[in-house]
Write a protein that binds this ligand. Structure first.
Ligand code: BG6
Length: 503
């Protein structure tokens, strides 16, 4: 039984129920699976089913042409319980409902509690569940899934971990990071550790620098109120991007078991060199904010004009960070990581820039640009691209750059699970590999905290404006000292940099 707290909210309709529906369709759900939505809205079971299934705009396409019985069978497995005004109340009635459903549907006391609520009430929910004995695993498993943001800073993350761990064991807590549910993020591990052609080169001897871009074309949409207190560093960098970084940086685990992989990821995050002093922070970080512009003939609001945003806000919608990793493998290899809203296109990719051949025998005036690159495209147009030098036909030895590419879309016969599908299924099976452990989250905050603090309290820290729809502020390339510029990728994996959609 999956019990969703905050079930009348957007995430349930937009992500969770569609993910469960896909699992149902692909016959991955256990036979006795049911969902109990719990929230503060007054809804009946029927109203809940209508809201998240029959009348849901997020399922509309998927339900087209499906037999009524097939859809009803799924919808009829969803139930709803009104928690009343407060999450901090007596959960006796909820406990009784869970127990009745458990008896009726033979769910064998196996419960997952999914907290899709504001994080400030996570602990309260855990406390009240525990008061009803709903954390007790003597019969059946009891798991708690929590959504991001997991903490607002190192101190709050620690206190949240401690708070939850009073009522649930660490092994029962599943901290979701939907990037880890993406096939292409998991494929980072496979690319590295199942190929003998990459791993020998995966170090300071061959890698010149690593570049990670996470760009979104949308602005803050309707989430201005939340975003203004968060900013790009907390919203994306501390979690999704540092998760990607940890998979690139980590040492080979001894096996694929959850704890072995997570141990290596924690070690990787702990080896990021923490930047504390203002000079280093000023040299290695850039914060930006989008200002209004015209994109494809349409006027686009600036961040400060968005609903819920303080008109004098200095919150970053663009964050670019350069850092080093203090270990044997990565000594002196710079990492450049940026994340931003209102960029020319939506794209997430990792670029491994290899060093030039140690001894270059072909004279070429653009050697740096023709160095080998491995581009791992996380989204969209998911795939892998290798850039390598080939001879231009004709006299002499002129070198040109060629592409060797692989596209996920070529694997047509495979159903690629969406992130929430994969993560929910893993949690049902008790596999925590793709969930963040407490120490992982804390290690990530440890790195991010001083940057946030410097941006908030440092002297003369600027927030650079950039027109909505361009690749960040005009000084964005300053960070990549001596390396020319960021690889500004296009919508397609093989597009060469420079693609831009503004008009
Ligand atoms: C969320 C952030 O975690 O990730 C959003 O809160 C962001 O601001 C989203 O838009 C991006 O996710 P994806 O999967 O679309 O890259």
């Amino acid at each position: 039984m999956l019990i969703i707290f905050g079930a009348s909210g957007d995430l349930t309709a937009r992500k969770l129920i569609p993910a469960l529906y896909n699992l149902y369709q692909e016959e991955h759900l256990p036979e006795n699976f049911i969902v109990l939505g719990a929230s503060r809205s007054d809804l009946t079971d029927k109203e809940f089913r209508n809201k998240v299934v029959h009348e849901s705009k997020y399922l509309k396409e998927r339900l087209k042409g499906k037999a009524e019985d097939f859809v009803n069978f799924f919808a009829d497995r969803l139930f709803y319980e009104d928690l009343g005004k407060e999450y901090d109340s007596n959960y006796e009635r909820l406990g009784k409902r869970i127990s009745d459903l458990n008896t009726k549907f033979h769910t064998e006391n196996n419960y997952i509690f999914y907290l899709s609520t504001p994080p400030r009430i996570y602990e309260v929910i855990a406390k009240n569940l525990s008061a009803q004995g709903l954390n007790d695993e003597s019969e059946g498993s009891k798991r708690l899934i929590v959504e991001k943001p997991f903490g607002y800073s190192l101190a709050t993350a620690k206190s949240l971990n401690k708070g939850l761990q009073q009522y649930f064991k660490e092994s029962q807590i599943f901290r979701i990071d939907h990037y880890l549910g993406k096939e292409t993020v998991q494929n980072l591990l496979v690319t590295r550790f199942s190929n003998s052609i990459f791993e020998p080169l995966w170090n300071r001897n061959y890698i010149h620098h690593v570049e990670i871009t996470n760009a979104e074309s949308v602005g803050v949409e309707k989430r201005g109120g939340y975003y203004d207190k968060s900013g790009a560093l907390r919203d994306m960098f501390q979690n999704h991007l540092l998760q990607i970084v940890s998979l690139i940086v980590m040492e080979p685990p001894i096996g694929a078991a959850a704890e072995e992989i997570r141990n290596e990821k924690v070690k990787a995050l702990k080896s990021l060199r923490i930047m504390n002093d203002p000079v280093t922070l000023s040299k290695n970080t850039i914060r930006g904010q989008y200002v209004s512009s015209v994109i494809n003939g349409e006027k686009v609001k600036g961040y400060r004009e968005e609903e819920g945003v303080d008109p004098d806000s200095t919150t970053e919608t663009y964050a670019a960070i350069k850092f080093f990793v203090d270990n044997w493998r990565w000594k002196d290899v710079p990492f450049y990581v940026r994340t931003a809203k209102r960029m020319p296109t939506k794209v997430t990719e990792v670029v491994i820039h290899f060093k030039s051949p140690h001894h270059n025998i072909f004279k070429d005036n653009d050697v740096a640009n023709k160095d080998n690159k491995l581009i791992i495209r996380i989204q969209p147009d998911e795939g892998i691209l290798i850039k390598f030098g080939v001879k231009v036909p004709g006299q002499g030895f002129k070198v040109e750059r060629a592409n060797l590419d692989f596209y996920y879309s070529n694997l047509v016969e495979t159903h690629v699970m969406e992130a929430y599908e994969r993560l929910l299924l893993d949690a049902m099976q008790g596999d925590a590999t793709l969930y963040a452990r407490a120490d992982e989250v804390e290690a990530a905050w440890e790195f991010v905290d001083p940057i946030i603090d410097y941006w908030k309290n440092g002297k003369e820290v600027s927030t650079y404006g950039y027109s909505a729809g361009v690749w960040g502020p005009s000084n964005a390339d300053d960070l990549i000292d001596g390396l020319s510029m960021w690889r500004n990728p296009g919508a397609n994996l093989a597009d060469d940099p420079g693609f831009c959609v503004i008009s």
